[in-house]
Every structure is written in structure tokens, then in C-alpha cells.
Write a protein that binds this ligand. Structure first.
Ligand SMILES: *Cc1c(COP(=O)(O)O)cnc(C)c1O
Length: 500
């Protein structure tokens, strides 16, 4: 399987090169040359042998790696999950199921892909046969940096350094990062806000002198960006998994359609569901759920993508986004792979902050996609109602999906089996969840978690409670101008460890 760019379909590269490059030379995103067929019988057999097996099968359809090698990767990637099923499916009603994607090391769905990507990078380096290793540099506003650190931790031929704004992350997020272990990981605070840290990292990527020094030390630079195809493909697997679980339990017949309702930000998660559909998974509707930042709702309902609007900070911060990068991959498909059309839309987005797709494309999209959003009050109410009705506690992102699913049923009267995708453990957003179920505000994160446990009976995950006991391993703090020196120091330390 080769991959092509959404902006130049004529030029193809190997999947290994695409995983290493992240983004195409022409600024486009890598997509599969064609959609492979998922054999549902085979998927059912693999699924009966566990999640890692099924994921290896699905990924083998897209990558130049054998199923056995991929099984090695997925087995390692999901070994640290705190649920034996990796991705458990909970039944709420006969029609509604919740797929929990948050049992990884950082308690959110990003782990599903970020545990796999570093191992794919490592395998791609082996395939390519060069001598350089990969050094990932990232600036983080909190969650993605931690998920990337956990993903790259001790993966051969990779190293990662994460910069976070000294005053821009929550106490809990900071604690998660400064206690990070692993010989190939480093964490450094930057004096300034997230933009300062991010701009600093971008400058390092463009600094020829810096690149040369890093290269002399044996590294090529990379970022663990969410548009890397190595993050997208592992996400296709759990949609297939949910489906084969529903068939295996006798809830649906093989071939019967299932809806998926996805809390959406950068459009990666729901795009993976679309890919599963294109590969033959029987999908009814894909329900795109947004918070108050409802740019995608407008796009699906009206056909225009318009970023000239207010940006809101909400209690579902991972969905606070104006430009959903992965949407470009959907545009490529709905235009029937018309790269010129994609280039035009992306230019218009860059120049005017907006673009519009033709009416026939919009109508076609609406037969598959349904989109709606909910307010902050509705999000909190969904947490409360889901807990009251089912004794099931959901986080603020999942609550957006849960709320929009309710609107969908009200609007369409569709009672087909629907899987609501749950993207984070409720304790990742303790304060807002506590308030939603009627608790008083408590400033200290650990005390708030204990209170939520008392009120709901849902245990605090060990990964949160044990943080208090873990030693601080990273206490470096630099000015923006000190980021390069921090990287040199890190590379030196790895070398010393390697020599020792
Ligand atoms: C990243 C994230 C999302 C949004 O997923 P996209 O792939 O960006 O659409 C939703 N919920 C949580 C908890 C996330 O971390």
C-alpha cells in the first residue's frame, strides 16, 4: 500500500516514509492510495483473540508491515491499559452503547494512537535502513505532550523532549509531566505562555544551524503531529472492534448498520470512523458532536467552513478548535479526490478564513453525516442525567456526544444501534464533572477527586492517585531562548546513558 497527498495525488510514497515525514512536501496530508476491504469474517476471528490482534489485522491493510510484526507493536502498545479488554463496550440501553477509549496511560483517547505511532516510527526507521534516529520536539498546552511522552517512552531509536509553558498548565498536568520516566524522555518548562513555547519549537525546526547540530548527534527531527497517518490508522481499528463485539454478543446481525456518535475537535477520531466505513464497515450515520465551538455543525448543515467567529474556552477543551486539520482528508474524498479543489479550498481558508463546498457535495455528506452541538449547560446536564439514569459517569467530552446523540434521536427517531465514543476518563476533568453532579468546587485536584469518588462510587484511577507519590524527575526551566540549549543537553545525556 502506497500513500498519496491530498494536494498531489500523482506522487505516491511508501507508508513508512509517510509516517516519518508526517506531512507531505506540498503541505497536503497523506491518505491511502485506495481504501482496502476489511473482511468482516476475518475481523471477527481476530477480534475473538483480543483487541491487539484485531488492531494488527486492520493496520496491516494500510501499512507495509506484516500482521505478525504489527501484532508485536500493538501488543506492546496496549500492554499498559488498565482494562483487560483494552476498549470495553458498555451497554446503556438496548440501542445505545458507549465505547471507552480512555484506558491507556494518560486516561484519554489520544493514547490509542500515540502508543502505536512511536513504534511505527521505530519500524519505519528499520525498514528504511538509515542510521539516524528520530527526535521528537513538541510544545504542549497539557494533554497531548503527556500522551506523546508516554508513547515514546523507551521506544528504540526515538527520543522526545516536551516543552510546556511554566504558567500555562494545570497543577495535575504539570505533575504528570515532571514525574515522567523513561531514558529517552525529557520535559522542560518554558518561561512564558503556550504560544511562546510553541513559537520557540517552530523556530528550532526552521533553524538550519540547530538542525545540523542535532543531525550530527545522530537525529532527524520530527513532531508527533495529529495529522500523521500513523496516528489515524490505529484509530480505524476500534470502530471495527466495536462492530465485531456487537455481532459476537448477538446484539446485531452481521451486515446490520451501526451509528457512531463522536465528540469531535480536530476531526481525527470521526475521520477514522469514515475510513472504516469506506473500507466496508456497515455504518448507518456518523454523528459529529461539537461543543459551543460549533464550526463543524455549520459546515455539515450549511456547506460553508468559516473560521471568522468567536473562539470559546469550554469545559471540553480538547474540542476547542477552529481549524480541524483532518477535515482536509474528508474534503479530498467528497470531491472524488479532486486535488485542485482541495488546494483551492485550503488557499481560500488561508487567505479569507473560509471556504464553501458545492451543494451536491453538501447533500451527499448529509446522507452519511449528522452534526449538532451543545452548550456548556447542556454538557453539564448530560453528565448529570447519564449518571442519574444509568449510574454511569462520563467526562465533559463524552457528555457532548451523549447530549448530541439525544438531539439526533429526537430529530430523526432513529432507534438503530448507536455507539457513543467516550474519549476521556471522568477524573481527567474532575472539577467540571464534580460540579455537574452537584458537588461544591474544591481547588485541590486530589481532594476534588476523592470527593467525586465519595459522591458517585466510581473509583479514582490509580494513575491519578499515585501521582502524589512519584518523584519529580524534571525540574528544568528555561527562557524561550534557552530551548535549543535544553535540547543539546538532552541529546548529550542520552549519549552518556548509551555509552554507560
Ligand atoms: C483530542 C480529543 C478529542 C477530539 O478528537 P479529534 O480527533 O481531535 O476530533 C475529544 N476528546 C478528547 C478527550 C480528546 O483528547
Amino acid at each position: 500500500m502506497k500513500v498519496i497527498s491530498t494536494r498531489n495525488a500523482a506522487k505516491s510514497v511508501s507508508s513508512a516514509d509517510a509516517v516519518l515525514a508526517g506531512i507531505a512536501d506540498d503541505g497536503g496530508l497523506f491518505v491511502p492510495e485506495y481504501f482496502p476491504r476489511i473482511d468482516l469474517q476475518k475481523a471477527a476471528r481476530r477480534g475473538s483473540e483480543g483487541y491487539a490482534r484485531l488492531a494488527a489485522y486492520v493496520m496491516s491493510l494500510f501499512f507495509d508491515l506484516g500482521e505478525e510484526e504489527l501484532l508485536h507493536i500493538t501488543t506492546e502498545a496496549y500492554a499498559g491499559y488498565d482494562d483487560e479488554n483494552i476498549v470495553p463496550l458498555r451497554e446503556l440501553t438496548g440501542d445505545e452503547y458507549v465505547m471507552e477509549l480512555f484506558h491507556g496511560p494518560t486516561l484519554a483517547f489520544k493514547d490509542m494512537a500515540l502508543q502505536v505511532l512511536p513504534r511505527l516510527i521505530s519500524a519505519a526507521l528499520e525498514l528504511r535502513g538509515g542510521r539516524q534516529d528520530v527526535l521528537v520536539l513538541t510544545a504542549t498546552s497539557g494533554d497531548t505532550g503527556k500522551a506523546a511522552l508516554e508513547g515514546f517512552r523507551d521506544v528504540p531509536r526515538t527520543a522526545i523532549e516536551v516543552f510546556y509553558p511554566a504558567e500555562g498548565v494545570s497543577a495535575l498536568q504539570k505533575l504528570q509531566m515532571v514525574t515522567q520516566d523513561g531514558r529517552n524522555t525529557d520535559v522542560c518548562a518554558v518561561r512564558g505562555n503556550f504560544d511562546d513555547a510553541q513559537t520557540g519549537v517552530k523556530q528550532l525546526f526552521m533553524d538550519a544551524g540547530f538542525r545540523r547540530k542535532v543531525s550530527d548527534a545522530g537525529y532527524m527531527l520530527s513532531s508527533a503531529n495529529s495529522i500523521n497517518i500513523g496516528r489515524l490508522v490505529p484509530q480505524v481499528a476500534y470502530y471495527v472492534w466495536a462492530y465485531v463485539q456487537l455481532v459476537a454478543s448477538g446484539r446485531i446481525e452481521q451486515g446490520e448498520k451501526v451509528n457512531f456518535c463522536v465528540p469531535t475537535g480536530n476531526f481525527g477520531n470521526i475521520l477514522a470512523a469514515y475510513y472504516a466505513h469506506r473500507c466496508g464497515l456497515p455504518v448507518g450515520r456518523l454523528i459529529c458532536a461539537s461543543n459551543k465551538n460549533n464550526i463543524l455543525t455549520d459546515f455539515f448543515q450549511k456547506g460553508g467552513y468559516d473560521t471568522r467567529r468567536t473562539f470559546y474556552k469550554t469545559m471540553s477543551p480538547s474540542m476547542d478548535i477552529l481549524v480541524s486539520s483532518n477535515l482536509e482528508r474528508l474534503l479530498f474524498e467528497i470531491s472524488e479526490r479532486d486535488e485542485q479543489a482541495v488546494v483551492g479550498w485550503m488557499q481560500s481558508l488561508a487567505n479569507d478564513g473560509r471556504y464553501e463546498i458545492p451543494p451536491h457535495a453538501r447533500n451527499e455528506l448529509r446522507t452519511l453525516f449528522y452534526a449538532d452541538f451543545c452548550s456548556e449547560e447542556e454538557t453539564a446536564a448530560a453528565i448529570k442525567k447519564t449518571f442519574d439514569d444509568f449510574g454511569y459517569l462520563i467526562d465533559t467530552h463524552t457528555a457532548v456526544a451523549q447530549c448530541v446523540y439525544g438531539k439526533y434521536v429526537g430529530d430523526t427517531a432513529d432507534t438503530g444501534v448507536t455507539v457513543v465514543v467516550s474519549t476521556a476518563n471522568p477524573y481527567k476533568f474532575t472539577q467540571d464533572v464534580l460540579r455537574a453532579v452537584g458537588g461544591r468546587d474544591i481547588d485541590d485536584a486530589f481532594a476534588a477527586a476523592e470527593k467525586l469518588e465519595q459522591m458517585t462510587g466510581v473509583p479514582v484511577p490509580a494513575r491519578i492517585s499515585e501521582l502524589k507519590m512519584r518523584p519529580v524527575l524534571h525540574d528544568q526551566e528555561v527562557e524561550v531562548s534557552g530551548q535549543a540549549a535544553a535540547v543539546y543537553g538532552f541529546v548529550e545525556r542520552i549519549k552518556e546513558w548509551g555509552d554507560a
